[in-house]
Design a protein around this ligand. Sequence first.
Ligand code: GLY
Length: 572
Amino acid sequence: MDAPLESRNASYGRTLAAGLFMVLAFSAQAAGKPPGFAVASAHPLATDAGIEILQQGGNAFDAAVAVSAALGVVEPYSSGIGGGGFWLLHRERDRFETMVDGREMAPQAASREMYQDAQGHAIADLSRNGPIAGGIPGTPAALDHIAARYGKLGLARDLAPAIRLAREGFPLDARFAKFIVMESKRLSPAARALLLPDGKALAEGALLRQPDLADTLQRLADQGRDGFYKGATAQQLVDGVRAGGGIWTLQDLAGYTAPERKPVVVRFKDYRIVTAPPPSAGGVGLAEMFNQLSVLGWTGNNGVHSQQLVIEAMRRAYRDRATYLGDPDYIEMPLQRLVSPEYGRALAKSIQHDHATPSVDLPAPGQPKRAAKEGVDTTHYSIIDGEGNRVAATVTVNLIFGSAFLAPGTGVFINDEMDDFAASTTDSNAFGLIGSSANAVAPGKRPLSTMTPSFVEGPKGVLVVGTPGGSRILTMVLLGMLDFFRGADAQAIVSDPRYHMQYLPDQVQFEKGAFDEQAQAALAGMGYKLDALSSSFGNMQAVLWRPAQGTLQAAADPRGVGTARVVLKNAR
Ligand code: GLY
């Protein structure tokens, strides 16, 4: 992406004076330093790993490597070195912002039809289960790159807490124990040997030691990326994957790259939002939604009518996700147009106040075969250090335990990120998302993602935020930001009930409490099909620094088991 992908809405760019005021306001914020450091992640032991590294003098980037690696050990059902992710970085010294793209790449033997039957329909089992579903992992390369280019302590020190957790073990929490039982039939023989020794699932409180994973992480720590993508680990991975029916080669592993990409920047009211560019659909989606809300003069003060406009903005953004987006290294995308305020205005034109637009009335590339499922996989963490450096990282192995295949001898769960490609243009993926040829499988290509790690900066301070949740990630991040704009604190941002619309299926899913009975009746009266979910979704992690007040908050989503810790300078 050559030109900066920046979206300025009308209210921001209206006058030069207003623009100047904004720049001054941002600079004033930049002048101060946070009163300490903070980490919020989906697991207490991963949060502790990040705090440990910060207390040793590491910066937010070192802590990010430590938290990523630790999450891969303590919640391998969500992420790990067999998967990938996006690391959004902000370096305060020069306000440099970048996204390290550790998204998995399709192996060279992959092909457009590899997950299709003779009629051209997707075979879901193939792209979700077993090592044929695995893309070449990106997390090890991303961690090596972040530690080397942005960290202070070096990869080996950053990985030390994770290696210790893998070698010495840790007690399983109830969530982990539940996933073992839930996924036991999918798990490969090596995974079963680890998690169901003697055929019996490890229970809550059991000590899980992962010596193979500790050795694999140690080789990464000792040799950097070559310790994973070449040599003994690479050979074990390729042997295991191929024996299990996969198609990886040593060349695929050696050829993996984790490029840096320029983030999408969105302006909404007095806020600057920095977020994930393709191969994430997140940033473009946020830009489209905020630009529509801006044109509509959205304030959030109009009860269910405000929510109705948000739902319609979501609908239109998800239509475009399916139509245009994919790997920027492979396809041309009209990105500047999609994130422009003019395009937001065009989208918003068809929004009727107090009336649902049926999705079939918006031209679409295809129909989904099934509804979106609960996104309990993937994970996110947010970090600010004492200098003001920030990391928002969303990392994943895709579905729970990824492909459920543990490569023998490595301790590494292989992702099933290939399911995030559009296996065919007539079927949806595991999240009910449809796709087009823009996101078709091709050798070396990265599948489109919804992961949306983000920063927001403006009058209410600095927010570092993100969440797992499959196709719902983007709308959760939007709602979290809307909360932030109205002055919500970090705990409210991660806790507030959520609603979601993704164009197809044409329905509004919502958590208990998102709409009261009156609002539900009003929305139904406007033509919305409501889907009241019996369970909650998401696992948002947020850090909120308010320079004007000198406060630093962190919060972990109460829906998960994570923790958030703030360490103030004078308490260190
Ligand atoms: N695998 C979920 C995502 O990347 O959006």
